[in-house]
Design a protein around this ligand. Structure first.
Ligand code: DC
Length: 212
């Protein structure tokens, strides 16, 4: 596999786990674009920059050296600080970041910044997010869009967050709404509804399309 595989879809549709397994099977890295958006949101909150203040967020990014490490066992984001590299990854999947990330991700300047980081990576790779197959890698030969019913996605996410199901469902629906603008599938993407599928089945389906 020499090209790019894109896997897009809403939160908790299974795209990160699927991207990771598919990349592993193909022997290529995977890139989690959402993790970069999460890192920007986390750093803005930590610096006291309002998530809606695009100029403030961009100013912050300019002064930082932030890097996505596409590790096979799980992507990581690190930032260069005064005392060496700081690994931000353990802080990025929290309800606090879940709540502000969409507000940061809607800024065109932030989107360009994330896209530039992704385009620095030489193919082949599997890229997952919302707009990988549309805005970022429209030339990718293999495009997938994973989806699942909100109740199923909320159930999956509840297992990973210190919140109850109702709160997770509420946050997820709100984020779907905020992310709608950049979350449409590419017209040529293969859409897979994972609501009733096990992870292994989804991975097998994606791999069989790529190998065809
Ligand atoms: O996939 P995720 O839930 O980790 O993504 C976190 C947020 O980042 C999500 O709410 C929307 C945003 N995002 C985006 O706008 N575009 C992407 N390509 C990936 C994520």
């Amino acid at each position: 596999m020499r090209g790019i595989v894109t896997i897009d879809g809403p939160s908790a549709s299974g795209k990160s786990s699927v991207a990771k397994r598919v990349a592993e099977a193909l022997g290529v890295p995977y890139l989690s674009s959402g993790l970069l958006y999460r890192a920007v949101a986390y750093l803005a909150s930590r610096a006291g920059v309002e998530p809606g203040d695009e100029k403030g967020v961009l100013r912050l990014l300019k002064g930082l050296s932030l890097r996505l490490l596409p590790k096979a066992e799980g992507n990581r984001v690190v930032v260069e600080g005064p005392s060496g590299l700081e690994d931000l990854t353990p802080h990025l999947h929290t309800p606090e970041v879940d709540r502000v990330v969409s507000l940061v991700a809607r800024h065109p300047g932030v989107r360009s910044w994330v896209n530039e980081r992704l385009k620095e990576v030489p193919p082949p790779f599997v890229a997952e997010g919302r707009d990988m197959g549309t805005a970022v890698f429209p030339e990718a030969p293999h495009k997938f869009y994973l989806t699942a019913r909100p109740e199923v996605r909320a159930k999956r996410r509840t297992a990973e967050r210190p919140q109850d199901y109702q709160e997770v469902l509420r946050d997820l629906l709100r984020r779907d709404e905020l992310d709608r603008g950049q979350s449409a599938p590419a017209p040529e993407a293969i859409v897979v509804d994972t609501s009733e599928m096990a992870l292994e089945e989804v991975v097998a389906r994606v791999l069989s399309h790529i190998r065809d």
